[in-house]
Design a protein around this ligand. Structure first.
Ligand SMILES: Nc1ncnc2c1ncn2[C@@H]1O[C@H](COP(=O)(O)OP(=O)(O)OP(=O)(O)O)[C@@H](O)[C@H]1O
Ligand SMILES: [Mg+2]
Length: 259
């Protein structure tokens, strides 16, 4: 796997400001994601979570400061899953081709998608349980199926940094537990994983580090510490107890084998 060749970079935010039309949503954000860390970004609607994720992914240029990858300015390889509201899928393209797009950096275009690459796409689809849907049009998929396709694209992309913006919103329990298992696998394999989410119960249970955005960086560090004195009433949702048990088992298994 590509991630095994390059050491996973640290991500350093250096006095970062980001926003739109030159108006910052936040500024002065400084701190680091350790290589191989698993961090949740939490905070209320409009708190700047997506803006921060976009700045880290490199899709939104900073208004001030920098995002550095182990000291380098050039963006490290980030597998980025945008928040669902930012994703359009009204154009005709097959499940297979969406996943193959994850290989673009390696392949350089559809024309060159040869057997080894096709195998990678199929292996990725297998992992999300969609191998039989390869030729379907993405417009015909349910929301949860489409989310699985996007995870398959990330698997195919094989990036050392994984950045997911609310990947579990509006997906059912079975899909959530399947997707969080993939998150656990990425984490277990030493990748740096950052997930924006609203479910503070899930954050508490599975994410060792947390970062709170509320128009500014409120706190960043070990989850228990960060959540200890925060009022999360506005963002906290209950989590199904069965789901919590399933996820707990999934993650515990991965952590043991992963480190
Ligand atoms: N494309 C845009 N153009 C202008 N302003 C924007 C744009 N996207 C977001 N904003 C504004 O930036 C602020 C932060 O938005 P952001 O999407 O980062 O919040 P968020 O924490 O991800 O919220 P949510 O939980 O609803 O996803 C909000 O006030 C929002 O209105
Ligand atoms: Mg958002």
């Amino acid at each position: 796997m590509a991630a095994m060749h390059d050491p996973t970079p640290a991500i350093d935010l250096d006095n970062l400001a980001a926003g739109y039309n030159r108006v910052p949503v936040f500024s002065g954000v400084t701190g680091s994601f350790r290589p191989g860390s698993l961090t949740a970004i939490v905070g209320p609607n409009g708190g700047g979570k997506t803006t921060l994720a976009k700045a880290i992914a490199g899709v939104l240029p900073p208004l001030a400061g920098q995002v550095r990858f182990s000291g380098k300015r050039r963006a490290g390889r980030v597998g980025y899953l945008a928040q669902r509201v930012d994703l359009a899928r009204g154009f005709p393209i097959s499940v297979f081709d969406v996943v193959a797009l994850g290989l673009w950096r390696d392949v350089g275009g559809f024309a060159a998608v040869t057997k080894p690459y096709r195998d990678r796409v199929e292996a990725a689809l297998e992992q999300v349980g969609l191998v039989d849907a390869a030729s379907r049009d993405i417009a015909d998929l349910s929301g949860g199926q489409f989310q699985r396709v996007l995870f398959a694209r990330l698997i195919a992309q094989d990036a050392p940094i994984i950045l997911l913006d609310e990947p579990f919103s509006a997906v059912d329990r079975e899909t959530t537990s399947r997707l969080i298992e993939l998150v656990a696998q990425w984490y277990g394999a030493g990748r740096t994983v950052i997930v924006v989410l609203h479910d503070v119960g899930m954050v508490r249970a599975f994410f060792p580090e947390a970062l709170i955005m509320r128009g500014r960086l409120v706190d960043w560090g070990p989850t228990e510490q960060v959540l200890a004195d925060q009022d999360h009433a506005s963002v906290e949702h209950g989590v199904d107890a069965d789901l919590m048990r399933e996820l707990s088992t999934a993650l515990a298994g991965k952590k043991e084998t992963g480190s």
